[in-house]
Design a protein around this ligand. Structure first.
Ligand SMILES: Nc1ncnc2c1ncn2[C@@H]1O[C@H](COP(=O)(O)OP(=O)(O)O)[C@@H](O)[C@H]1O
Ligand SMILES: [Mg+2]
Length: 197
């Protein structure tokens, strides 16, 4: 059994979301383990939806640059853990979310980079027909591949909650949904702040 700290200020904790805490895998630092920190029916449903979508992606996705791969479950002292690739920058630093990297203070110096990251994100999900529930700056990691290259990685909220998830099987519906989601994403204050430049 893998022992993880309960304290979210521990250095093994990479991030904490609404339902899950994400830890550096103690035995393999290239991976992370997510565990549910506030168990409820919704958290279980979200995980089942995500894992079902990963099984679907495993059947066709070749380009994994924009998504962490999923490796299965492990037993931890905090309950079932789910193992993924950990997104780490070329210099060994943990990749920041868009929310962290492009906050209001740092935006002027990074606005060109952020514009390109959004274009890359849009192209990646379009070309690979990635279905998401919604796109949020705190669920997109800015993976710095070299000092000048950054690629977006969606770490949460993939898959569909529809009763009949037609957007997963039909690219026309998928692209239609993506257009709606990006229109909404571009209305978020952080993304809109790009319009000033
Ligand atoms: N694969 C990953 N590599 C590195 N950091 C990650 C990864 N997945 C998530 N994180 C970090 O952990 C945080 C919480 O994970 P997330 O999956 O978003 O939890 P939740 O589903 O509860 O929102 C993220 O906001 C991000 O900072
Ligand atoms: Mg999240």
């Amino acid at each position: 059994m893998i022992v993880l700290p309960e304290d979210h200020s521990d250095p093994l904790v990479v991030g904490v979301g609404h339902h899950r805490a994400c830890y550096i895998h103690p035995q393999d630092h290239s991976k992370c383990i997510k565990v549910v920190h506030n168990p409820c029916e919704h958290a279980t449903q979200e995980i089942q939806r995500e894992l079902a979508y990963y099984r679907h992606l495993d059947g066709y996705l070749k380009d994994w640059r924009g998504l962490p791969k999923y490796y299965g479950e492990v037993e931890t002292n905090l309950g079932t853990g789910y193992v993924y690739d950990r997104i780490v920058d070329f210099d060994g630093k943990p990749s920041e979310t868009m929310q962290q990297r492009y906050n209001d203070q740092t935006l002027p110096s990074l606005h060109t980079e952020m514009k390109k990251l959004i274009e890359d994100l849009e192209r990646y999900v379009w070309d690979n027909r990635i279905v998401t529930m919604s796109i949020k700056p705190y669920n997109v990691l800015c993976h710095r591949l070299t000092p000048t290259e950054v690629f977006p990685v969606i770490c949460d909220n993939i898959g569909s909650s529809s009763f009949i998830p037609i957007e997963i099987y039909c690219s026309w519906f998928c692209h239609k949904k993506q257009k709606r989601q990006f229109a909404r994403f571009k209305q978020l204050p952080l993304i809109r702040s790009l319009d000033n430049y």
